[in-house]
Design a protein. Structure first.
Length: 342
């Protein structure tokens, strides 16, 4: 059996741990051979491969990023994309593909399997934790840890200058990172994409939290938007790689707070720091288990399925179940946190 492995979409701490788990078990227990595909779906599309075996996965457990590289290439949009992938897999004598990715990458895997008979097993990945059908994705815990540490640090500088500090965290469609890091870091206001915010209300909360020696922290997810300010925040323009640009809700909000409350405000945009570097112990644990279970799914011929965390068990679900609908923050959960505002 020859197994191809690819990592697609935004990088995420724990990708290397998945690769290592699958390769080690595949080689040592099942005597499988592996082929690494470079840069997500671009690899099988262009037959760009790298050797993948025990030597390649040695020492990569604590390393961030992905040894295979990543991209957001979508073969369904490429000319003869499906045919080229099928031909290239046949040429490389690859019998099955382990596809590690988020909504877009896995969406392609689901279609390749369901409509074109390619043997794919999916592994869910995103720091945003917004994939359905799994309780958690690896990378999320690391991102929350990084954001929480940043918030802790910002508390002391906010207090020293009596400034409002607005911290913009990742989360284009879902506010999981904002919610978890905001709660863990003792933020005074948390704003998420799932619920439009009222700027006047935010300013009231900010004003009411000022004490003689305390200045508030506002955590805002990059995809959050004010009730009436859509056009201000998202112009929908694409960068040169075709990705939608998000235009700085944190900076916009800090300016509004300063203008409306008269309190000095600053913004920190955490950006890709949240995706880089070594994975947390939890993410290494989860990613390794995903890798071990993914190779077992290959052994069982259980294709079109994705490994997922349910409670403490790793289960298999149809890949399409994970990509059909994003997992967003439940309004009740968000309301629960609101007790700390104001
Ligand atoms: O999906 C993960 C994520 O980090 C989002 O939180 C963020 O909006 C997006 O990727 C950024 O993508 P890129 O690295 O392509 O700018």
């Amino acid at each position: 059996m020859r197994v191809g492995v690819l990592t697609g979409g935004g990088d995420c701490p724990g990708l290397n741990a998945v690769i290592r788990g699958a390769v080690r078990k595949g080689v040592q227990e099942y005597a499988y051979e592996f082929v690494g595909y470079r840069d997500g779906w671009r690899g099988p599309l262009e037959n760009d491969t790298v050797p993948l075996g025990i030597p390649a996965v040695r020492g990569i457990l604590p390393r961030g990023g992905t040894i295979l590289g990543s991209s957001r290439t979508n073969p369904l949009k490429a000319e003869n994309g499906i045919r080229r992938i099928k031909d290239n897999l046949a040429k490389a004598e690859v019998d099955a593909l382990i596809v590690i990715g988020g909504e877009d990458t896995l969406g392609v895997a689901a279609r390749l399997h369901d409509e074109y008979g390619v043997n794919c097993v999916g592994v869910p990945k995103t720091i945003d934790n917004d994939l359905s059908a799994t309780d958690y994705t690896f990378g999320f815990d690391t991102a929350v840890g990084i954001a929480t540490e940043a918030i802790d640090r910002l508390h002391t500088t906010a207090e020293s200058h009596m400034r409002v500090l607005v911290v913009e965290v990742m989360g284009r469609h879902a506010g999981w990172i904002a919610l978890h890091s905001g709660l863990a870091g003792g933020a005074n206001v948390i704003l998420i994409p799932e619920q439009r915010f009222d700027v006047s209300q935010v300013c009231e909360w900010v004003t009411s939290r000022f004490r003689a020696t305390y200045a508030p922290i506002v955590v805002v997810a990059e995809g959050a938007a004010p009730q009436d300010g859509d056009a201000v925040l998202k112009d929908g323009s694409l960068d040169s790689f075709g990705h939608v640009r998000l235009s700085g809700v944190g900076e916009w909000l800090a300016n509004e707070i300063e203008r409306r409350t008269g309190k000095e405000a600053r913004t920190t945009v955490l950006g890709h720091v949240q995706r880089g570097g070594t994975p947390s112990a939890f993410d290494r644990w989860l990613a390794t288990r995903f890798g071990l279970h993914a190779i077992d799914a290959v052994r069982d011929g259980d294709f079109g399925r994705m490994v997922a965390l349910k409670g403490t068990d790793i289960v298999r679900v149809p890949i399409a179940e994970a990509t059909a609908k994003l997992k967003t923050v439940d309004p009740e959960l968000y309301a629960e946190v609101g007790v700390f505002f104001g």
